[in-house]
Design a binder for this molecule. Structure first.
Ligand code: GDP
Ligand code: GDP
Length: 455
């Protein structure tokens, strides 16, 4: 096999995986001991196998880079994921779910010498639900005598079983050919973020809040970086601005410059522009005119930023015009209308006078840091354990849902998945989110919390 010797270890991250120019991701799933790690090693062409002869060997989730028939892709090994936390059954399902979520195609490994087990059947149901392309690997078919065992796996209903001996390499070429056929040629692109490159900021807000004034102020006074920045794809509509000694890309600024709001159909185009800018950005600066009552339009734009899953900074502009009374009412409006985004860093600025513009960068940096924070699974679960012991879910109808286990399934923004024995009420989910923020920060970032119920 033509494979890359060097591998990059990276956490499975479906957000990152959605970045542009990315390689398709292949997840190798299956219950413990079916030979997943052996197969991954085989795909990578590494001779020294990192396999041990017992289940439950905890390893980090890793993504490797591989190549077959001239096509490069990533392989996610799910072997040895946190198998002791919930007991084998639930944890295998959990591992598989995370891997599948982040993958473009899945190799489902079954031990043909054992045949289909209940766990295998459960995984098939899971695979069906996700709708990802599946290639069935009938492993441990070390010789022709095992072919019949492989054929028996047609009964799983996930298509043709490919007889493979991961250990000896038999059939792995045919398997990989099938994988390439199943995998998309190029995964959909969103935006490109070069690691360590300039951060991408969407400057949004309803018409007349001061977007173009702010852009002129920061782009006008600071040196505008004109040379091409390494590793940045930059649309002509984006502007690179140096702030706090670092370049920042303000995305989709043409709409701001063009002052579309002066034309007919302004609202419609303004909201299209907002959506487009959010799509390309990592963080949003939402401008609010502090001199004016907070409006439905303001909250709608904030909601768009939160739902787009971007880091968020709220900038109250035109601070130079505020008197004592207005300031008082503003605080009350914020308390009343913007409680949902209390976690977002706030700056009180004036694009006209330049007041507190130096606070913008530190606020953005805090927000982006929260946005990409990862909580290790162990730490998260000891936190959850204490939290649940001190504040159990209220008993409803004689039942009390318990949280079994949680994991951060992704970052940018942080996404948590909790496994529970029953439905968790919205109030309790909000309580958990609040405590997560208290414990781990997450300033300036939305948090996604989803609950999977395990019977
Ligand atoms: P995982 O838990 O699914 O990652 O399984 P491993 O890759 O750790 O393999 C479990 C055991 O099965 C190890 O002892 C492997 O040597 C063995 N094994 C893996 N693939 C094959 C195969 O194709 N044939 C045979 N005979 N044994 C295999
Ligand atoms: P945009 O529609 O969001 O791009 O808003 P503009 O930048 O065009 O600003 C709308 C109006 O508000 C203009 O008349 C600006 O001069 C004024 N403006 C913008 N920022 C400030 C500020 O900080 N203070 C004051 N007093 N006026 C401002």
């Amino acid at each position: 096999l033509a494979a890359e010797e060097g591998f990059e270890a990276a956490e499975v991250d479906s957000e990152l995986a959605k970045g542009s120019g990315r390689l398709p991701v292949l997840a190798v799933i299956g219950r413990p001991n079916v030979g997943k790690s052996t197969l991954v090693n085989r795909i990578l062409g590494r001779r020294e196998a990192v396999v041990e002869d017992r289940p439950g060997v905890t390893r980090d989730r890793v993504t490797y880079q591989a190549e077959w028939a001239g096509r490069r892709f990533k392989v996610v090994d799910t072997g040895g994921w946190e198998q002791d936390v919930l007991g084998i059954e639930a944890s295998v399902a959990a591992q598989a779910e995370f891997a599948i979520e982040a993958a473009d195609a899945v190799v489902f490994v079954v031990d043909a010498s054992v045949g289909a087990t209940d766990t295998d059947e459960n995984m098939v149901r899971l695979l069906r639900r996700t709708g990802k392309p599946v290639v069935l690997c009938a492993n441990k078919v070390d010789g022709p005598s095992g072919e019949a065992d492989a054929a028996a796996l047609w009964s799983l209903g996930v298509g043709e079983p490919h007889p493979v001996s991961a250990l000896h390499g038999r059939g792995t070429g045919d398997l990989l050919d099938a994988v390439l056929r199943a995998m998309p040629e190029a995964p959909p692109e969103t935006f490109s973020v070069a690691p360590g490159g300039p951060r991408r900021i969407a400057l949004i807000g309803r018409p007349n809040v001061g977007k173009s004034s702010l852009l002129n102020k920061v782009a006008g006074e600071e040196r505008v970086v004109v040379n091409e920045l390494a590793g940045t794809t930059r649309d002509p509509v984006d502007e690179v601005v140096e702030l706090g000694g670092k370049p920042w890309v303000f995305v989709d600024t043409a709409g701001i410059r063009r002052r579309t709001h002066l034309q007919a159909g302004a609202d419609y185009y303004a909201s299209l522009r907002t959506a487009a800018a959010l799509e390309k950005a990592e963080a949003a600066v939402v401008l609010i005119d502090a001199s004016d009552t907070i409006s439905v339009q303001d909250t709608r734009i904030l909601t768009m930023a939160v739902e787009a899953g971007r880091a968020l900074v709220i900038a109250y502009n035109k601070w130079d015009t505020l008197d004592e009374e207005r300031r008082h009412y503003l605080e009350r409006e914020i308390e009343r209308d913007l409680a949902q985004v209390r976690w977002a860093p706030r700056v009180n600025i004036s694009a006209a006078t330049g007041r507190h513009l130096d606070k913008l960068v530190p606020a953005l940096e805090r927000a982006l840091e929260g946005w990409q924070t990862r909580v290790p699974t162990g730490k998260l679960n000891s936190f959850l354990g204490e939290l649940v012991a001190a504040h159990p879910h209220p008993v409803r109808g004689g039942k009390q849902p318990r949280i079994l286990f949680g994991t951060q399934a992704g970052a940018r923004p942080p996404r948590f998945v909790l496994f529970a024995t029953g439905f968790l009420e919205a109030g309790y989910r909000r309580f958990i989110e609040r405590r997560l923020r208290e414990e781990f920060g997450f300033e300036g970032t939305p948090i996604h919390l989803s609950v999977r119920v395990r019977e």
